[in-house]
Design a protein around this ligand. Structure first.
Ligand code: NAD
Ligand code: ZN
Ligand code: ZN
Length: 376
């Protein structure tokens, strides 16, 4: 079968691999019909995620048809059409029983955090779904069955970025009538904007430097702030009568920096990056005594974290991997009845053979290249 394989940083290839087989009675083998490329894949592409090994199939956003099942799978059957959360959860450990799906204690033998597909040895070493077939463990727990009336294009983002955007806002405990500022207008930021409106936000600001991404969020009703032209902190303060907004960081550690004290990065290609740029901004732009939601990924340790500012303004921070299963069913229902339309985010639909080129285009943020799906 065809699979998109990680070889080295900036080197991903389509290779021929054996079709995966059931290894455990609860496994299912999924024939992938649609898969997508995520901002999280770029961290791997840049070589910044430790323990990513050559030969691993990439991809954690995928859906398809159940091809075969292990002897203990009773919740789905061959022929069922399902979308799979990027988190791999056993369904039985303490964390799964308490709906903390992203912290499953059994799925990842290599680290404390729960496993994810196509995301390094540290994240469990499972092959991903940018391939014709993928092995899905814990087949009674992870798949979400789809009604025929919902297309692949409508459903694919339930695997990750739609629940993740929703989670980024939900963990702030925002209330109807609150103003919300979303940093990052990438796919996760886009769905955070959509979710903030769903939850009753008054104004939603969106901060980025990519005009096409800002424009897409503007279509949802957000006020765009291009940080190359405008100081986001001043703008958000002014527009909220000095109060500040409920902030969501949908950027993470590969943030482009405008801060004079940016920590030096080892790789000169990243000189413009400042991993704590958004943390700096939200520590000033967030409404005092509010909770900042951080779905953007952070790894390692970073210097100059603004502890004083966070303390004196009494800000809380909630962050982490989105427990997709807590949100995907309700979001599916909103799609099914036409309350939300995730398909407007799709800028490109390509063949899996074109995936290496798609990584390059997505990485360079080529104009109009916002979210690509691959159809089999
Ligand atoms: N927590 C989770 O479970 C989870 C799930 C999916 C993705 N993520 C993470 O969410 C983040 C966003 O994902 P994505 O797919 O939207 O990625 P993306 O790379 O497409 O988008 C990131 C956006 O941030 C913008 N940006 C860079 N620096 C900025 C700054 N200083 N201020 C404002 N915007 C800035 C970029 O221009 C880009 O548009 C990534 O870190 C990704 O790994 C987390
Ligand atoms: Zn993703
Ligand atoms: Zn578990």
């Amino acid at each position: 079968m065809k699979a998109l394989v990680y070889r080295d940083k900036y080197d991903v290839r389509i290779e021929d691999k054996p079709v995966p087989e059931v290894q455990h009675p609860e496994d299912i083998i999924l024939k992938v019909t649609t898969t997508a490329l995520c901002g999280s894949d770029l961290h791997l592409y840049h070589g910044t995620i430790p323990t990513m090994e050559a030969g691993q199939t990439l991809g954690h956003e995928f859906m398809g048809i159940v091809e075969s099942i292990g002897s203990e799978v009773h919740e789905v059957k061959p022929g069922d059409r399902v979308v799979i959360p990027f988190n791999i959860s056993c369904g039985k450990c303490w964390f799964c029983r308490h709906q903390k799906w992203s912290q499953c204690d059994r799925s990842n033998p290599n680290a404390e955090v729960g496993a994810a597909y196509g995301y390094s040895r540290m994240m469990g070493g499972y092959d991903g779904g940018q391939a014709e077939y993928v092995r899905v463990p814990y087949g009674n727990t992870n798949p979400l069955l789809l009604p025929d009336s919902v297309s692949d294009e409508q459903a694919i983002f339930l695997s990750d970025i739609l629940p993740t955007g929703f989670f980024g806002v939900e963990i702030t405990d925002m209330k109807p009538g609150d103003d919300v500022a979303v940093f990052g207008a990438g796919p996760v930021g886009y769905f955070a904007v959509m979710s903030a409106f769903l939850m009753g936000a008054a104004k939603v600001f969106v901060v980025d430097r990519e005009p096409d991404r800002l424009a897409l969020c503007e279509n949802l009703g957000a006020e765009p702030i291009n940080f190359d032209d405008i100081d986001p902190v001043e703008y958000i303060k002014d527009a909220t009568h000095g109060k500040g907004a409920i902030c969501v960081d949908a950027v993470g550690y590969e943030a482009v920096g405008h801060h004079p004290a940016a920590p030096k990065m080892e790789n000169p290609a990243y000189e413009k990056l400042n991993p704590i740029q958004v943390i700096e901004w939200v520590s000033q732009a967030a409404r005092k005594y509010s909770t900042v939601g951080i779905p953007g990924v952070y790894i390692g340790t970073f210097d100059k974290f603004p502890f004083g500012q966070l303390f004196s303004r009494e800000l809380n921070i909630r962050m982490g991997q989105c427990p997709v299963k807590n949100y995907n069913e309700q979001l599916l229902r909103l799609i099914e009845v036409g309350r939300i339309d995730p398909t407007k985010l799709i800028s490109h639909s390509m063949d899996l053979d074109d995936a290496p080129r798609a990584y390059e285009m997505f990485d360079k943020k080529e104009e109009g290249f916002i979210k690509v799906i691959f159809k089999m």
